[in-house]
Design a binder for this molecule. Sequence first.
Ligand code: SF4
Length: 559
Amino acid sequence: MTCPTRETLQADVVVVGAGPAGLSCALRLAQLIREYEAGGKKPSPLSPENIYVLEKGNEIGAHSLSGAVLDPRALEELVPGFKAQKAPLETPVRSDAVYFLTPSGQWKLPVNPPFLRNHGNFIISLNKFVKWMGTLAERAGVSLFAGFAGVETLFDGGRVAGVRTDDKGVDRNGRPKPNFQPGYDIHAKVTVFAEGPRGSLTKELIRKLGLDQGCNPQNYSLGVKELWEIPPGRIERGAVIHTAGWPLSSRQFGGGFIYALADTLVAIGLVAGLDAPDPRFDVHHAFQRFKMHPWMKSRLEGGQMIRYGAKAIPEGGYFAIPQTAVDGALIIGDAAGFLNSERLKGIHLAMKSGMIAAEAIFDALSKKDCSAAALGQFERHWRASWVNEELWKARNYRQGFEHGFWLGAADAAAQLVTGGRGLHARRGSRPDYEHMRRWAEFEGKPVTKIRPDGQLTFDKLSDVYHSATRHEEDQPPHLHIADFNICNGRCVTEFGNPCQYFCPAAVYEMEPQPDGSGKRLKINASNCVHCKTCDIADPYQIITWVPPEGGGGPRYDGM
Ligand code: SF4
């Protein structure tokens, strides 16, 4: 394709990603402008309409997915009186319970661990919550652009100078279609990467500038979730239930959840570490089995699944957070790993990271100095805030589970009495994909398979249908495979093509060849729910997820 003429836009700040972190940053910036101008010190160093927020989903909140139980600490700071402002909080948490499941039974922990107590928190739909935040930002004058993905970071020498948005109307071979529109080059004094877990631009920035030197690698879980309408009398509104044990093995990190948004509406899900040793492990399949447990089944039977989604969760914690400030840019929220895996919460940390980032940006723009040193105020301030305090207490939590559930549980207990230290001062970790063992070790070993019944259990395609995922079919592939020969050769024998299993949306398929020459990898890219698992878990690290044409992907209404 010949190089298109792109329009260049000048922004004060461009935020890539309209999730809780990105919108908190934009909203806090707008508040700071208002406070500054109210003090009579005009002109402000930036204006709200020159804060651009890009969202790759077709609308604000479309790609926002979480359990979700919200700790309102950051919300109280950002939007005092949030209830009066009609924050969409479905219900306060009314009860908490933790169960350990065996294949056919369950026992309830007599006392909940302190980190799983949710008194004072709220069950929310993150999709609705983020939409609401979007309206606040819009009302404050911020410029929101839904359906625009950041596809390339722009540099001016060594300084981040903005982002390029996606070209629209390009066919599968990279040729312009009649509706072709080139993306914009958005130049900004400060670029904020708030792309969520395993952001494609963030990943590249960290690699290019070596921002993770001395850090633990980021470790992830994959969470799969369904929203169910259930008959009355099965659960009480406001109930929060977590499970450990079955169907995960004792070598795995993770567990299940049930959050009752209403007496007849529950969010259920299973979260499992992407460091599973068995290349055949399939989180979506394990989740379907989870629902077949008699204890779960008795809650769901007669109900109806109405929504599905999946997303990676950054769980590396304190020691995995990269350098967050560079010349001209900051990394915030899940993109940087601001998430407490012990408490199973990240929304409040993402929001607070966005707010602190906004304060650093405002100061930097006031001083006309957006260097890494000036923007480093963000790093210094989050480390001096309750964000640091909370993450420090859980600093070794996820890594403690590297050798299985029981050792992890013992370490977690030790961490409780040692302020987060546990059995080691600093636990290291390896990237998740390095834990995957060779196919030969598992070949012939039984793997439980279920046949989905379409009532309680579903295959991946039925679930994808319930994620309302849509992509323009005729567009360049957004899953870049560096070498298909590895997929169709080495990976077949070495790992048995684990992408078929770990992708929760049936994107990867090993298709038999008509001439009997074996199977070849087929990619059903339009099923992709943007969870990023393949980019993380592929054992050869040859899959790169890049944003498809803006506006494509899931539509997580009510999730
Ligand atoms: Fe997730 Fe990758 Fe599958 Fe898309 S292709 S749904 S990002 S694992």
